[in-house]
Write a protein that binds this ligand. Structure first.
Ligand code: ADP
Length: 493
């Protein structure tokens, strides 16, 4: 047996403490799966004000009090609190870096309902990145691997290669940087660079600068020992497409041999229709008929008429350009000519909300909307819908299509990134797990929906497709092992 590894996961979002999207799900479920394989894994994240001390039993770690953390010319102070998440058998320690000035406010990256991000996100995540390293030193716990996620943690690898390069504590530590979405890069004006405390010579294209800006994501990609992203197809797309590489495809193509696509899994304890306490009626492959009771409950919740033969098309999403709601909008009138119901749980862009609100007024018996972030409702939509719409422009991995398949809710997706990797298009004869379309084109999307609506009228065939999806193994086990192999390979370098 090879020796167990020490791994610190660093993320700005971890479910159930703070979540705006899939990042939080992954940074909770993957550490659990790694712990299951017998490794020592801990997590570190910011202590946002809204994380309840009482609910999560947060407590201070006395020896991690008043840690001085350099941000530009000033020395700020960090305090570390602790809590944990659990899988079936173990607890996983979660450290929270606390500082009133940076994290004692509502919202993760912006105020709720604000149109733009906090002006000091540069300082906040400089503080976080340096704070993680200072915490580790004081803790005296030396990870083999520092696993960083997205731009908020992008500076960590650069600190290890510069300011802390000669620090014996960090000498053996290797970094891995996971891209969850290339579109969010954390870019700041050149003046921000001084706040990082990094040596001036790294402010160049062969370093932390991109297109005249200080770019946190690029910094992570440039300095991390290994880069991963969350599906094989997205790994190719971000190297080969200017669009999806979001201006950094050159760097990624250059680092292609260090870039690995490892698909996300789903947390089977949280997303399992047989054990889900949020759903009205639990069910599994053998009791698939019971799913319809969840449809009824969902429609009641939205005060919409229930008819078992009328398909419910659900969607749960951040309302941002990436997710393809413009395609849906183009075809919504056409779609409403069909005997279908559409239910949307969304949060984000107010303009999109308004637009869909107008459609709801036009089709009050066929459209149900809820704007806001509501985890319980998300589970109800997964359990109660017949089909799930994900017409994304791009999708690094996507979790909701996998949750859908787990719940026997047939996904209708655009064949991009992880959606293409995880959904198998229906091709007749009881084969496939969903419906896919290629071009980013509303007519193609409509065709895919109509294919599904037509098949829904053949209940036996439909149930086969439901079962195919429910039988698929989307658990983290396999991918967690891939991460461990990668960590080990990295440590041999
Ligand atoms: P992304 O990370 O791009 O938002 P994913 O499909 O990877 O997309 O993950 C989205 C996660 O966020 C899922 O767990 C989904 O259920 C959840 N989610 C998105 N919007 C909402 C919402 N309005 N209410 C509750 N959960 C949501």
């Amino acid at each position: 047996m090879s020796k167990p590894l020490n791994i610190l996961f660093v993320s700005s979002e971890v479910d159930p403490f703070a979540k705006t999207g899939g990042l939080a799900d992954v940074c909770s479920a993957l550490p659990k799966a790694i712990k299951n394989l017998g490794h020592e894994v801990r997590i570190m994240m910011p202590r946002y004000k809204f994380i309840s001390e009482w609910k999560f039993k947060l407590h201070d770690i006395i020896r991690l009090k008043d840690i001085p953390i350099q941000v530009g010319d000033s020395t700020e102070v960090g305090n570390v609190k602790s809590s944990f998440i659990t899988n079936q058998k173990d607890k996983i320690q979660v450290y929270f870096l606390d500082n009133e000035k940076y994290f004692g406010r509502d919202g993760l990256y912006q105020s709720p309902n604000a149109k733009s991000d906090f002006k000091d996100n540069d300082e906040r995540f400089v503080f976080f990145a340096r704070g993680v390293l200072e915490t580790l030193k004081r803790l005296g716990w030396q990870p083999d691997i520092l696993h960083c996620n997205d731009w908020q943690t992008g500076l960590i690898p650069s600190y290890l290669k510069t300011i802390y390069a000669d620090d014996p504590f960090f000498k053996p530590v290797k970094t891995i940087f996971t891209i969850h979405n290339m579109a969010y890069q954390g870019t700041f004006p050149p003046e921000s660079f001084a706040k990082s405390g990094l040596p001036q010579e790294v402010y160049r294209a062969e370093g932390v600068e991109a297109y005249g800006q200080f770019n946190f994501l690029k910094t992570g990609l440039f300095y991390a020992d290994i880069i991963t992203t969350v599906s094989k197809k997205y790994a190719d797309e971000i190297c080969n497409s200017d669009n999806l590489g979001a201006g950094l495809n050159g760097l990624l193509a250059h680092r292609r041999k260090d870039l690995y696509g490892i698909p996300n899994g789903i947390d089977d304890e949280l997303w399992n229709p047989a054990t889900d306490n949020y759903v009205f009626r639990k069910y599994d492959q053998k009791s698939i008929e019971a799913k319809v009771e969840n449809k009824k409950a969902l429609l009641e919740r939205f005060k919409l008429p229930f008819d078992p033969v009328v398909p419910v098309l659900g969607s749960i999403s951040r309302l941002v350009e990436q997710k393809g709601f413009d395609l849906l909008e183009e075809i919504l009138d056409e779609l409403m000519k069909e005997d279908v119901v559409f239910i949307l749980l969304g949060s984000g862009d107010k303009k999109t909300e308004k637009l869909y609100e107008n459609y709801r007024k036009k089709y009050p018996k066929k459209i149900g909307l809820f704007f806001g972030f509501d985890v319980e409702l998300a589970h109800m939509v997964e359990a109660g819908s017949d089909m799930f719409l994900m017409p994304s422009r791009y999708e690094p991995c996507g979790l909701n299509q996998m949750y859908s398949m787990r719940y026997g809710t047939i996904p209708i997706v655009r064949a991009t990134g992880g959606l293409d990797d995880t959904v198998e298009d229906y091709a007749g004869g009881g084969k496939g797990t969903g419906f896919k379309f290629e071009a980013y084109d509303s007519k193609e999307f409509l065709k895919a929906i109509l294919r599904a609506v037509k098949l829904f009228q053949q209940p036996d065939e439909w149930k086969k497709i439901m079962r195919n999806g429910m039988d698929r193994d989307f658990s983290w086990g396999h991918s967690a092992k891939e991460y461990i192999s990668l960590y080990r390979e990295l440590l041999k370098r």
